[in-house]
Design a protein around this ligand. Structure first.
Ligand code: FAD
Ligand code: EPU
Length: 283
């Protein structure tokens, strides 16, 4: 054994929705522990901010990146950095994104500030290319390290077919670490862009939620479509379509995964346009 900590835990506490039963959680801090964790069926848990997990939990082991895989080395690589550009050292997939964005701002490093306000870990945010209309994760990536049961490899963004809310990395491939490619800028200028992007969040609910339920079809706000279908404030059990923004389902307290699934079905029945889920449903 490589010494990874393994514990049976309720997954609800790892998610922003606050829903989900138990699973065996593997806390992995380095490559050897990660390799051992991938020897049996597994799922990868990041910040849990895009997940709806069943009340029954999941049978697979659930990986969580910690220790050195949750540390950011932002030292510029002298061989790849110059007066304008900085390529950093390795940033672990388990690093919380909001703190990283604040740190980059203070250091006067630009390219990722458009992702301000996204509650995620770096690995999860890269895996789905999280973003806003002000920028996305792939604006600031130089190299990605990806681990699978077959081994470890490095790829560049150019080798992936990434786009709106997708990286092109297959599900189950672990984004263990990335190196960032940033532009030097005045910290005040980076902060001003963050403040601007933050304003777009003013209308989002403050309650327990996994963010937007559906991707925007063809650039149209799914929230607007759900709103126009008259569904704001609709409740099933203890889950509700947020009155503030119709693409957010919120947990009023004690919601079950079945409550959330019922609302998702209702939305798809009532909105005339096919909607692609942004959440991930476990199992
Ligand atoms: P999780 O929810 O833990 O997992 C999501 C998926 O990523 C799963 O398939 C998981 O297996 C995979 N994954 C996680 N870590 C890794 C890894 N290291 N390697 C490989 N795969 C991994 N999203 C946006 O894009 N834009 C927004 O503006 C936005 N606003 C939000 C606002 C709120 C209040 C909330 C709660 C969510 C919001 N989201 C937004 C959704 C969410 O933050 C993003 O989808 C984010 O990328 C999820 O990252 P995570 O680390 O929490 O991943
Ligand atoms: N609108 C309505 N009713 C609603 C919601 C929105 O009429 O219930 C209208 C708004 O008034 C506005 C338009 O739709 O005119 C767009 O709304 P908003 O600015 O809230 O943007 P969005 O397209 O609904 C997207 C992302 C969010 C991201 C914001 C800000 C998706 C699916 N959603 O929302 O991302 O935070 O822009 O950049 O791409 C997420 O992905 O989880 C997420 C929260």
């Amino acid at each position: 054994r490589t010494g990874a900590r393994v514990e049976r835990l309720p997954l609800a506490r790892f998610t922003t929705l606050g829903v989900g039963g138990e699973a065996e959680v593997w806390f992995v801090g380095h490559a050897e522990q990660l390799a051992e964790a991938l020897e049996a069926p597994y799922r990868i848990l990041g910040g849990g901010s895009n997940l709806v997990i069943a009340d029954e939990g999941v049978p697979e082991r659930v990986l969580r990146l910690t220790g050195p895989l949750a540390v950011a080395d932002l030292t510029p690589d002298p061989a790849l950095s110059d007066a304008e550009t900085v390529v950093t050292g390795w940033v672990g997939g388990g690093v919380p994104l909001p703190g990283l964005i604040r740190k980059l701002q203070k250091l006067g490093l630009s390219n990722l500030e458009g992702t301000v306000g996204i509650p995620a870990q770096v690995g999860g945010a890269v895996w789905m290319n999280a973003g806003t209309r002000f920028g996305e994760m792939f604006d600031g990536l130089h190299t990605l390290e990806i681990v699978t049961p077959e081994g470890r490899r490095q790829v560049t963004p150019a080798q992936l077919s990434w786009g709106y809310r997708q990286s092109g990395i297959p599900r189950g491939h672990v984004v263990s670490r990335v190196r960032l490619k940033l532009r030097r800028a005045a910290p005040e200028a980076v902060l001003a862009k963050m403040d601007f992007a933050d304003v777009a969040r003013k209308g989002q609910p403050k309650m327990k939620t996994p963010g937007c339920a559906f991707k925007n079809p063809g650039g149209v706000s799914a929230g607007r479509l759900i709103d126009e279908a008259g569904l704001k404030g609709t409740r099933v059990g203890n889950a509700m379509i947020a009155p503030e923004h119709a693409n957010f389902i919120v947990n009023l307290g004690g919601a079950s995964s079945a409550d959330v699934h019922a609302l998702l079905r209702l939305i798809r029945e009532r909105v005339g346009v096919p909607l692609e889920l942004e959440y991930e449903l476990w199992p």
